[in-house]
Design a protein around this ligand. Structure first.
Ligand SMILES: [Fe+2]
Ligand SMILES: [Fe+2]
Length: 295
């Protein structure tokens, strides 16, 4: 097992492998079961027993290296948004260079996931900002193309600087995180204050937090919650970390729950025809965003 935090890529075959694994952890038919019931516990045991070694290794690296210090460093590296300017199509094309060569069936996995998510939201008659959120929610995965390893791009996110919840998948791997040896970071609230709100909490670094900062001036708060916390399964599925939540979080995390099925369960739908959809999404982009967004 390698422990090189800087080796680009990582143990996963591609970024979708994490999402495929999420669908196994949270199968569509039990998505309402979030109460820790027997059935859910059983389901999770099955999940852990059958998880692929590369997914396990991916989480081991993620939990080992996502420290408070690492998160602060990445925020410094990226949040000035001076890496690249991208519009809709160059953004999608850039993302598509993340193509997984080993899977001949999906030649455009990123574009297809984004269009399928957006199209499902549109079919259900949701507001236009919601459709646009579906389209761009994973644009932050460009972090991979900026040289970040998989464990700093995807994976469940969690607060750093306070005690790890056992509701975070494979929480046992946090034992190897240096922060687990810092007593100040291992109380329930850690470096935070009770009810301070997630906006004041530093989350593990990844595509969610990054994309939130790229679009935060352009979309309504509902959309910003969907984008920023869509991988924070411990909160939106398991209701962990509530001592940190404030009123706003209690209200707006419901939108993350509303978004989540579109993210997870629209994969098998009909393949979207990019050419037919082109002008609709160009208009939608222009309605909310400048021609180019700063990444
Ligand atoms: Fe995502
Ligand atoms: Fe996604």
């Amino acid at each position: 097992m390698i422990d090189d935090p800087n080796s680009n890529s990582g143990p996963l075959h591609d970024l979708e492998q994490w999402e495929d694994d999420l669908r196994r952890r949270y199968p569509e038919n039990i998505q309402q079961l979030t109460d820790g019931s027997e059935k859910q516990v059983e389901q999770f045991r099955d999940y852990a027993a059958a998880v692929k070694p590369e997914v396990r290794e991916f989480y081991r690296l993620n939990h080992r290296f996502q420290t408070l210090e690492f998160v602060r460093q990445k925020r410094q590296d990226y949040l000035s948004l001076n890496k690249r300017k991208m519009g809709l199509w160059d953004g999608l094309e850039f993302l598509n260079t993340l193509i997984d060569d080993s899977d001949p069936d999906t030649s455009l996995p990123q574009i297809e996931h984004l269009l399928q998510t957006a199209e499902a939201i549109r079919r259900d008659g949701h507001p236009r900002w919601f459709v646009l959120t579906g389209l761009i929610h994973d644009f932050g995965k460009v972090l991979c193309l900026f040289g970040e390893p998989q464990w700093a791009v995807v994976g469940d996110t969690f607060p750093v600087g306070c005690r790890y919840s056992d509701k975070v998948v494979f929480s046992e791997f946090f034992a190897d995180n240096p922060d687990s040896q810092v007593p100040e970071y291992q109380t329930e609230l850690g470096i935070y204050e009770a009810g301070c709100g997630l906006d004041h909490v530093l989350m593990s670094w990844g595509h969610d937090e990054y994309m939130y900062h790229v679009v935060k001036d352009f979309l309504p708060l509902e959309a910003l919650y969907m984008i920023r916390y869509h991988s924070f399964y411990a909160a939106h599925r398991e209701f962990a970390y509530q001592p940190l939540w404030n009123e706003q979080d209690r209200h707006y995390l419901r939108y993350v729950r509303q978004f989540n099925p579109y993210d997870l369960y629209t994969k098998a739908a009909v393949r979207p025809n990019i050419h037919e959809l082109r002008s609709y999404y160009e208009d939608l982009w222009t309605e909310f965003f400048p021609d180019q967004l700063a990444f």
